[in-house]
Design a binder for this molecule. Structure first.
Ligand code: EPZ
Length: 423
């Protein structure tokens, strides 16, 4: 197990190149199961979750070639040799549930382990199961596995209204309905950029999806899909995470090819806090003094609202605001685990149910802290960049799931950070 050691206080300046989106890639890759033709993905992020997905797809018969330092991936699923997604892989990564739909669509049968809970909440998959039932599939739960079958003639187009917005279940809907007999209409669907990216790629493969970017997706089933080449959309959560770094301690950082349309609500909040965000030369520039940070009231919502995946990172900034801020977390039931770790560094945060009140302080002090989940681990890095003295962050394997080359990227803008073995 590794740990990260940061000495705070350095102003940050320079450039950070953002990778492809983890949460897009994890939905794009299972689409290989829908066709026997090669699917080429570029701008693939180098993350442990991607490796886990490779392992999962490999266990089903997909052949995967990684090129150009693993940023290009060619997936081909000529023959599927299994339709069983094992617990050993699924327990490592909940997004494994996304093979359920394509296995049903391609093979008519699937055995997928239930994912089990995770640190930030119970995260059941009941809506994914309602989606496949809406397309004519039946299933039963046997020994912790979902045993599902499509009708003999294949999945049947159907209509389904989501009871609440679910990113993953919307991805299951797209990955299942594209090969169904007939047309499907999904309403109250998620419209995160990663959903749009998946729909754009499926259409390149010959699918017929309309309503992209809206909460109503219409899919006219087709007989088969061909291959395609698709660039993974940039990671809006990695972008937002790094944009907070200069805001925490002061500096001037440029993000080439950054798309403000992917993080509108987040930029609005950063601007409200007094941080200068400018679009220039096809990217975004963040200039800040690290002082006079204005307090905010933030509520997480499905896109285009403020993303839950940036809540922990923004909270780190609000620890230093001139006054009290609130964060209301509406998506997950247990997503404040970074609060007690930030408190170890001197932050003053009160948590009442799904609302955290952050009382701004002048300084944070370095301390040994523990990463508890992916986004919380970045929140601790941000606090450490500002804190007086040295911070040691343990269990950085959480970080490796969603952030590639963190030490290199932060050193590149002047941070004092090393990664070391934590024996
Ligand atoms: C995706 O998770 C992301 N993960 C999450 O990012 C992100 O936080 C989340 O969407 C919300 O934007 C990936 O894309 C791999 P949901 P997902 O279905 O699909 C409940 C990160 O840090 N729910 O939109 O699992 C669920 O428990 C990760 O990169 C059900 O009750 O999220 C949650 O409370 C964390 N039943 C809410 O809905 C279901 O069948 C929203 O979940 C499905 C979800």
């Amino acid at each position: 197990m590794d740990r990260i050691r940061i000495t705070g206080g350095n102003q940050l300046s320079g450039e950070v190149r953002i990778a492809g989106a983890k949460n897009a890639a994890l939905a794009l890759m299972p689409a290989t199961l829908l066709t026997d033709a090669p699917l080429t993905l570029t701008n693939v992020p180098r993350l442990s979750d991607i490796k886990t997905t490779n392992e999962l797809l490999g266990s089903l018969g997909t052949e995967i070639a990684s090129l150009s330092d693993a940023t290009v991936m060619v997936l081909s699923s000529k023959e599927l040799t299994s339709y069983r997604a094992d617990y050993d892989i699924v327990r490592k990564m909940r997004a494994s549930i996304l093979v359920l739909g394509p296995l049903l669509a391609r093979k008519g049968i699937a055995e997928v382990s239930l994912p089990g809970g995770c640190a930030i909440g119970a995260r059941p998959v009941d809506i994914h199961l309602q989606v496949i039932e809406a397309l004519g599939a039946t299933y039963e739960l046997v020994d912790g596995y979902i045993h599902a079958e499509a009708p003999k003639g294949g999945l049947i187009g159907g209509n389904y209204e989501f009871p609440f917005v679910s990113v993953g279940a919307t991805e299951t809907a797209l990955l299942s309905a594209v090969l169904a007999n007939g047309t499907s209409v999904f309403s109250n669907a998620a419209c995160e950029p990663e959903i749009t990216d998946l729909a754009e790629m499926l259409n390149k493969m010959g699918a017929k999806i309309t309503g992209l970017g809206t909460s109503t997706l219409t899919i006219e089933g087709v007989k088969s899909l061909h291959g395609a080449t698709h660039a993974v959309v940039m990671d809006r959560i990695e972008l937002g995470s790094y944009m907070i770094a200069p805001a925490m301690i002061g500096g001037d950082v440029f993000f080439p090819d950054a798309r403000i349309d992917l993080i509108g609500a987040f930029v609005e909040k950063l601007t409200e806090a007094g941080i200068d965000v400018k679009e220039e030369n096809g990217g975004l520039r963040v200039k800040a003094s690290g002082k006079n940070i204005k307090p905010l009231d933030v509520r997480t919502d499905p896109f285009p609202g403020f993303p839950t995946d940036l809540q922990a990172q923004l909270m780190a900034l609000l620890c230093l605001a001139d006054g009290a801020s609130t964060c209301e977390e509406t998506i997950f039931e247990n997503r404040f685990m970074h609060a007690p770790e930030l408190a170890r560094m001197g932050a003053k945060i009160d948590v009442e149910g799904n609302v955290a009140t952050i009382h701004g302080v002048d300084t944070l002090r370095g301390a040994p802290v523990m990463a508890t989940d992916l986004r919380a681990s970045f929140s601790l890095i941000l606090a450490a960049l500002r804190a007086e003295g040295e911070t040691i962050i343990r269990r950085v394997y959480h970080l490796d799931r969603g952030y590639e080359q963190v030490v290199r990227k932060l050193r590149g803008i002047g941070a004092e950070i090393v990664r070391e073995n934590d024996e």
